[in-house]
Design a protein around this ligand. Structure first.
Ligand code: O2Y
Ligand code: MN
Length: 584
């Protein structure tokens, strides 16, 4: 190994965890096939029907290990104030001592896999290298889909390249001893006692968001929980947009939007660059350019169907790992919302027989498909472009049954930062907490910001000052406003292209808008809804700004911002005060 620091670190971790063997992952087809076979032989993978799902597998996690665990996720910065009020903090020395005990001998009898990977296109100046040391072949198989893994990353590292470190050990999967611990000052994550998703695939939330947000702060860029898409109009003009929504607000569906027939016939197109994470840096022309650091999708299965998201369904047809979905007797997969009636007999996500009389879902609500992005029919031909995509619009959004209009535009970057800082969503049944309760989730980064949230907002404001006139426009959308009977006003899915169209027009300095106390709104006629079966009154309701409702919203935002005390950038307090006076 030419990279002495990497070799020394591998030796040190092996000295502590005592694996029976060490295997360097090269990313090759042959090594991947061997690891998949090993997983099949060990019963951790079930091979799916090779005709219907070539090279695809079903995995089942421990039933106590089925989702990210925010209460067991720690930011171990030097001072508690560096982590801020929205993160769990523990002193680095204390956390290192706890983890050292848990890791001591934890890989005995197992193989330690060394997984070097690149986040971002291999030739891109925006990309970064990570290395995960793991005793889980399941994690290796997933990382091979989610990242550019193996020799390509070692080549980029050379003899002395910088890399982010991840140590992962399955240990005993004990939830009480589960720790997802980040050490921003060491560019290091250590994860123990989980083998699921965001807790174990350390490239994703741990590196590409929590650690990267700290690197981004220090290096003058943005690491964001955002999809990236390209909207092409009939004239062939492309508008690149990023969007940040909290979980369960349809981010993957928007990234892979299928335009309604009239739109596609006219030449409109939506192409995906990423569905979850965006890294945004300034280009030589002073604009912000975004790359998707990932190479795959870790998508929620339930609710995904050929009706709701055909692109995702095609993406996960082959070379895919399904986790915690149900198994049909023909060795294909099933989940709630896949379309059509449930089969009479299934094996559920726990491996138990499931019938139509069963009282529990056949697939776990957080069951997933890990699929290569390149297999998505609507993947943009530019998705691996080294320079990234020049972003014209940043969209924030949430699930709000009232108050928030369908779409509006921020008055400035500072006002847009305030919109992001105060954005919120109502809890769904899939999330912990009371259904319908409002949770503030700034920039959809609440569980993913690796430092003090108020310092993160300050960084956003600084980036905006640096970019000046060249910064993207900031917008807010809400697909979830309801009428008095509890029905959604907006049809959503592909029809949301009508909103993207207005956003693109605004970015070009076109598109009618009226200034309201909350920002720029489209007058009803500015939205192309002529062929949409929606009442004019519904459109007016979707775009209504109710002063009394907004005054209550401002008061609630004031208490939210007050949580950040002295650290709150004065610009954000000023924006809240200005909104309150505009509403009077
Ligand atoms: O539960 C998990 O470990 C997965 S969470 C996840 C996966 C893909 C994309 N986004 C998320 C998220 O929680 O935002
Ligand atoms: Mn996400």
């Amino acid at each position: 190994m030419a990279h002495r620091a990497l070799q020394a670190w591998v030796d040190e971790v092996a000295g502590l965890t005592k694996p029976a063997a060490i295997q360097w992952c090269d990313g090759s087809e042959s090594q991947s096939a061997r690891i998949n076979e090993l997983l099949v032989a060990g019963g951790e993978f079930i091979r799916l029907d090779p005709a219907k799902h070539p090279n695809s597998f079903l995995a089942r996690s421990d039933p106590r290990d089925v989702a990210r665990v925010e209460d067991r996720t720690f930011i171990c910065s030097r001072e508690t104030a560096d982590a801020g009020p929205t993160n769990n903090w523990q002193a680095p020395a204390e956390m290192h001592a706890t983890l050292r005990t848990l890791l001591s001998g934890s890989m005995q009898g197992k193989t330690l896999y060394v997984v070097p990977y690149i986040m971002g296109p291999p030739g891109s100046p925006l990309s970064k290298v990570g290395v995960e040391l793991t005793d889980s072949p399941y994690v290796v198989a997933n990382l091979r889909i989610m990242t550019r893994m193996g020799s390509v990353a070692l080549e980029r590292l050379g003899d002395d390249g910088e890399f982010s470190k991840g140590i992962h050990s399955v240990c005993r999967l004990d939830p009480a001893e589960r720790y997802i611990s980040h050490f921003p000052d060491e560019n290091l994550v250590i994860s123990v006692n989980s083998n699921y998703g965001g807790n174990a695939l350390l490239s994703k939330k741990c590196f590409a968001l929590r650690l990267a947000s700290v690197l981004a702060r220090d290096e003058g860029w943005l690491a964001e929980h955002m999809l990236i898409l390209c909207l092409t109009d009939p004239q062939g003009r492309k508008t690149y947009m990023t969007a940040a929504f909290p979980s369960a607000c349809g981010k993957t569906n928007l990234a892979m939007l299928v335009p309604p027939q009239r739109y596609s016939d006219a030449g409109w197109k939506v192409e995906t660059i990423g569905d979850d994470i965006a890294w945004l840096k300034f280009g030589a022309d002073g604009r912000l350019y975004a790359i998707n650091p990932e190479a795959g999708f870790f998508g929620v299965a339930p609710g995904t169907s050929y009706r709701t998201n055909p692109n995702a369904m095609f993406a996960c047809r082959e070379n895919t790992i399904f986790t915690n979905v149900a198994l049909r007797s023909d060795q294909t997969v099933w989940w709630e919302g896949i379309g059509g009636p449930p089969p009479e007999n299934l094996v559920d996500w726990r491996g138990e027989p499931w019938t139509l009389d069963s009282k529990t879902p056949a697939a776990h609500p957080n069951s997933r498909f890990t699929a290569p992005a390149r297999q998505c029919p609507c993947i943009s031909p530019e998705w691996e472009q080294p320079e990234g995509a020049p972003i014209s619009a940043v969209i924030f959004g949430g699930r709000r049954s009232s108050v928030m209009p369908l779409v509006y535009q921020a008055l400035s970057w500072q006002h847009g930062t305030y919109l992001g800082a105060t954005m919120s969503s109502e809890r769904t049944a899939a999330a912990a907490g009371k259904v319908g309760e409002l949770r503030r989730d700034p920039m959809a980064m609440l569980p993913f910001c690796g430092y003090h949230m108020a310092d993160y907002w300050r960084h956003w404001l600084e980036v905006g000052r640096r970019g000046g006139e060249r910064m993207p426009g900031i917008f807010h959308v809400n697909w979830f406003r309801k009428d008095a009977a509890g029905a959604f006003f907006w049809p959503g899915f592909g029809e949301s292209i009508r909103v993207l169209k207005w956003i693109a027009e605004r970015c070009r300095g076109e598109g009618a808008a009226v200034e309201t106390p909350i920002g720029w709104l489209p007058p009803p006629d500015a939205l192309d809804i002529s062929d949409l079966r929606i009442e004019r009154t519904a459109v007016e309701s979707l775009l209504r700004v109710d002063r009394a409702e907004w005054q209550a919203e401002v008061a609630d935002r004031e208490s939210w911002l007050a949580r950040f005390g002295e650290k709150l950038p004065p610009e954000l307090k000023a924006e809240n005060d200005a909104l309150r006076s505009r509403l009077q």
